[in-house]
Design a protein around this ligand. Structure first.
Ligand code: ADP
Ligand code: ZN
Length: 665
């Protein structure tokens, strides 16, 4: 019998990684009261879940309904800073805490070791191989190591041209962090890039970093999670999700290629990996290094305002020079409909092949042709679920939608006029460029590098090895090959359609095109042999093309910044997008209007729309959107939280809130 005079045990609030959850109160188990941050097993919604003790109980569950924590797990507690980070991200992105917590857990049962796991964490040595740094590099490295040594928050932009040795320089900061016995995290925008960097890191530190990304199997995931959470793993290389792991003593974060839009997660918890890295560094009082040859306007603006330190590496390392960039004015060349390489680029390819150097042809479009139309009636083959054309892929022999998983065989008859065999492939994808090269330069050995031809990081590494061993003369690929790779014999880069990224309603279109072209141009001439870059364009007078030829990044960025300020766009103004989606078009339109009508009547907040999203229909759902602009001082997350809490959308509609949107599709 229980003693009626006993003081009831105090309750604890526990957060479980459930997508809709906040914390819930529980009674501690009889044997022990777990501390804040402890991993515990609790009954939750009819099953057992692992959660984290988030704090004292909130008192919002009546005594009679309180459940008891089942068990305290033998795992190191989640550090305060990790919990503070989850709270912060949840409030900023307007996502339930439980959804953010999911990222801390990864996607497998990680917390408890299995019998067979015997964790052998590679021992990294900060001084395994220390390259001799140039004077520029040394100066930059000193600033970074000083920041790591200070044990204070600082954000540093490492701004160096491609091939200037940014990687070598930020390795010095990692080495300093490792010497202090703290953990270092390097973030990459895409897993395809990890393979190339891992080898470099292994050469520098004598052992490979621990990886964290969606490409890991369950067992490796569990081992790595435990090694990171215990503090045993000192050096981690990961995708943006690695930011959420419970590092007990993180000492530095490096965000490589910080300008990359791939850092923005667009599903689930919608957050920007780079921005959240800065937040994490701030909460943890550590240094964060943002590295890029073409920094984002957001970061440049922060550097200009003195919020970030700005470290520059203006020259390539060693004898390598910056490549010469030229435009090919496509208006002057009348090519047959099945050819996409104009004579100046073709001549350059031939010459490069003759001198036994390598070339790269860049086109940011997967597959064979982006559009298939019927020559009899003009009908275009469209995805039945999206506002998008179907892309033909010769490799799979099918037409694919690039926005959902729909695919089909090329029909025999036109679905509209029933004409047979009248389909025409319009425009090129990388597969079609490969076909043209094989036809016009049959002696060249070529390979295609695109996300659908590389299904794992190893496939990327195989291509990189084949390039290094001169097994490939011409590499044809999408933006996946734009970053990070160092091919010493690559001297020619040809861009098939430099204007491709400029169309559409994305306010960052010019910035992104410039960054992408700079990155891709930066692949050429990285060793002794001079590099050459040819950009095929129909708008040679566009500011992006002019800046490319003049190599005047700063002037371009200044002009772009002035324009952003004039149009009240980031980085000067805040932006958020609210997208309503559902299967009934009229209902979606009505709901978006109701949401717009409920907008705060505040002269600071400007609401644009409702209007159909660029892809008005995606995966079978109609999409209508509002864009919200506000001055930087406004706490837009809080404004939108209050605003949307006043509107009850029908349950069959979804509201997608994106603070600082990067995708305007
Ligand atoms: P970035 O990251 O700026 O594009 P990298 O760090 O990849 O530049 O450097 C370009 C190439 O120059 C790499 O092969 C790198 O190993 C080499 N390199 C750069 N700095 C040094 C150095 N101090 N000593 C030896 N090699 C270096
Ligand atoms: Zn589709």
């Amino acid at each position: 019998m229980s003693d009626p005079c006993a003081i009831p045990p105090k309750t604890l609030s526990v957060l479980v990684p459930a997508p809709l959850g906040d914390t819930y109160d529980y009674r501690p188990p009889d044997e022990e009261t777990p501390g804040i941050g402890a991993f515990v097993e609790v009954p939750f919604g009819g099953r057992t879940m692992v959660g984290i003790v988030w704090g004292e109980g909130k008192g919002d569950v009546p005594e009679s309904k309180l459940k008891t924590i089942l068990r305290v797990l033998p795992a190191p507690p989640a550090p305060d800073v990790t919990r503070a980070f989850v709270d912060w991200v949840s409030a900023y992105t307007l996502t339930p805490k439980g959804a953010v917590l999911k990222m801390l857990f990864g996607n497998a049962k990680l917390i408890e070791a299995k019998k067979k796991d015997s964790c052998a964490c590679p021992i990294v040595d900060p001084d395994f191989y220390r390259p001799e740094l140039s004077a520029d590099q040394k100066k930059a490295a000193d600033t970074l190591t000083e920041a790591v040594r200070s044990h204070k928050y600082s954000a540093i932009l490492l701004d160096g041209v491609t091939g200037s040795g940014k990687t070598e320089v930020f390795c010095e900061a990692i080495a300093e962090c490792l010497r202090q016995g703290r953990q270092a995290l390097v973030m990459l925008p895409e897993i395809a890039m990890t393979a190339a960097l891992i080898d470099r890191f292994a050469a520098r530190f004598g052992a490979r970093p621990l990886e964290w990304h969606s490409g890991l199997g369950d067992r490796q995931r569990r081992l790595n999670w435990r090694a990171i959470a215990s503090g045993e793993a000192k050096f981690v290389l990961g995708a943006r999700s690695a930011l959420f792991l419970p590092y007990p003593n993180l000492g530095v974060i490096v965000v490589d290629e910080e300008h990359e839009a791939a850092y923005k997660q667009e599903e689930g918890v919608i957050y920007h990996g780079r921005d959240m890295a800065v937040v994490r560094a701030h909460l943890g009082n550590i240094a964060v290094i943002l590295s890029s040859a073409t920094p984002s306007l957001e970061t440049l603006c922060n550097a200009q305002q003195g919020k970030y330190s700005h470290v520059r590496l203006p020259r390539r390392y060693g004898a390598a020079q910056m490549p010469k960039i030229e435009l090919v004015d496509m208006r002057k060349h009348d090519l047959p409909a099945t050819e996409f390489i104009a004579p100046p680029l073709f001549e350059a390819l031939k010459q490069t092949l003759e001198t036994q150097r390598q070339s790269m042809l860049f086109l940011n479009r997967r597959g064979y042709a982006p559009l298939t139309l019927c020559r009899a009636c003009g009908h275009r083959l469209q995805c039945p679920r999206c506002t998008a054309w179907l892309t033909e892929h010769k490799q799979s022999g099918r037409l694919h939608c690039h926005h959902c998983d729909y695919s089909m065989r090329l029909p025999e008859k036109c679905p509209s006029c029933e004409a047979e065999g009248r389909f025409a492939a319009c425009g090129p994808g990388v597969e079609r460029i490969a076909e043209e090269v094989k036809k016009r330069l049959p002696q060249a050995r070529c390979a295609v590098m695109a996300s659908d031809t590389l299904d794992d990081p190893k496939a990327a590494q195989t291509l990189v090895d084949r390039m290094a061993s001169r097994d490939i003369d011409i590499l044809i690929g999408t933006q996946i090959m734009a970053k990070g790779y160092h091919f010493p014999l690559l001297t020619l880069v040809g861009v098939i359609d430099a204007d491709l990224g400029l169309a559409g309603g994305d306010p960052r279109a010019s910035e992104r095109t410039f960054q992408l072209l700079q990155q891709i141009a930066g692949r050429s001439g990285r060793a002794e042999d001079a590099g050459r870059v040819l950009l095929q364009t129909t708008s040679p007078d566009h500011p992006v093309m002019k800046a490319m030829v003049k190599g005047d990044r700063d002037a371009f960025m200044r002009a772009e910044l002035a324009e952003r300020e004039a149009y009240r766009l980031p980085p000067f103004w805040r932006l958020a997008s609210l997208t309503v989606s559902g299967i009934d078009s009229a209902q979606v339109i009505r709901a978006t209007q109701i949401l717009a009508d409920a907008a705060p009547k505040d002269s600071n907040i400007r609401v644009l729309g409702p209007a159909p999203a660029a892809y008005a229909r995606l995966r079978g759902k109609y999409r209508h959107r509002l864009l919200v602009q506000a001055p930087r001082l406004v706490n837009l997350s809080s404004v939108i939280r209050q605003w949307t809490s006043t509107v009850n959308l029908p349950r069959n509609l979804r509201l997608h809130i994106d603070i600082d949107p990067y995708s305007f599709m």
